[in-house]
Design a protein. Structure first.
Length: 349
């Protein structure tokens, strides 16, 4: 399904907000050493702690290459005390672990309860990390496994570049979606049309740049996240000498001018940035905004610094119906992403 006469939006499909009920969370087991050079072995404990928190409230479905990788993953999950009854493995090999960006975009029809998959093109953030052929076909492989219809927009789009309020609005950044390494043949208006037609949204709100160290060219899930239909949290840097200070102030100003479809002003809550995380002289994209909203908990990356507790308390105040849990992401962020980047929700219907 790839013509403009047969579109998800026209058929009544929408991309639910992340806090809507999940059937499962999808992951791709980390195995690419080049993504965590010199320290991939250090990430599995905290990665499994993340899985343990999420699996309390929903299934966790994990892409693995084969039986050998499944056994390896199972050993780590058992060591972390994860209930394996909540884990399902699928032998779908991947190039890398970033399931937010290469995983399926699941849409649902609220009336018929039907579920479909949108399989956007994937090129590893503008061709930065080839090969990416295995990642690019993951959405269709998953859809085929479950007998779900697939829509093919035919352009590049990553899950970490879009943020939804579940009421017709998507937030994104010009730094990513207008980058010539994604869809150079499309202008901003044309990209908005794709977002509206294939995600079932009516309004696209644009911020500018992402944080320093983010190799995705400015994904929204490192800077600004919806916590309910009319409220966002957005990261701000307190140190005026930090490279992120002016970038994030500009985004804050933009957010404070935005109106939603109903004319209501966006409610903006400021979230601190952690103390800069630097490894081998490389500034890493450490951000509390890269949290994941699961059925049972909101899992927040922490970084062994003074702002951890402050960020967790701000987010707990935003999610009265869920516990907010911090999981140390200091080693995981060496891969240039954290829990939201690693996961993709499958909505319940």
């Amino acid at each position: 399904m790839n013509n403009f006469e047969n579109l998800p939006a026209k058929a009544g499909f929408v991309f639910p907000a992340e806090w809507a009920p999940h059937m499962a969370t999808w992951l791709s087991w980390p195995h690419k050493e080049a993504s965590w050079p010199g320290k991939i072995d250090t990430i599995y404990g905290k990665y499994c702690e993340f899985i343990k928190e999420v699996s309390v409230g929903e299934l966790v479905r994990i892409n693995v290459a084969d039986a050998t990788m499944e056994r390896f993953a199972t050993q780590h999950l058992q060591a972390a005390g994860v209930n394996l009854d909540r884990i399902q493995f699928y032998h779908f090999p991947t190039n890398d672990a970033w399931c937010r960006d290469h995983g399926p975009a699941f849409l649902i029809d609220p009336q018929t309860k039907q579920k479909v998959v949108v399989d956007w093109g994937y090129n590893a953030w503008g061709g930065k990390y080839p090969p990416f052929d295995l990642d690019d076909v993951i959405p269709t492989r998953i859809a085929q496994e479950f007998g779900l219809p697939v829509f093919y927009p035919g352009i590049v789009m990553e899950g970490g570049s879009v943020e939804f309020n579940g009421k017709g609005t998507v937030l994104t950044t010009t730094a990513c979606l207008l980058n010539p390494n994604r869809n150079p043949h499309l202008n901003q208006q044309q990209i908005e049309a794709y977002l509206q037609n294939y995600y079932g949204v009516k309004q696209v709100l644009w911020l500018g740049d992402g944080i320093i160290g983010d190799d995705t060219d400015g994904h929204i899930d490192d800077i600004t996240r919806f916590v309910n239909e009319d409220t966002v949290v957005t990261v701000v840097e307190e140190n005026k000498n930090d490279e992120n200070y002016h970038i994030l102030q500009d985004n804050l100003k933009e957010l404070n001018t935005m109106r939603l479809l109903n004319g209501k002003q966006l409610n903006v809550i400021e979230l601190p940035m952690p103390t800069p995380v630097i490894y081998e002289d490389q500034p890493l994209p450490a951000s509390y905004a890269n949290f994941y909203i699961s059925n049972a908990a909101v899992v927040v990356p922490t970084y062994r610094c003074a702002n951890d507790d402050k960020a967790l308390q701000i987010l707990q105040n935003c999610f009265a119906d869920r516990k907010v849990v911090g999981v140390d992401s200091t080693d995981i962020i060496w891969g240039l992403g954290s829990f939201h980047c690693l996961s993709q929700q499958e909505p319940a219907v």
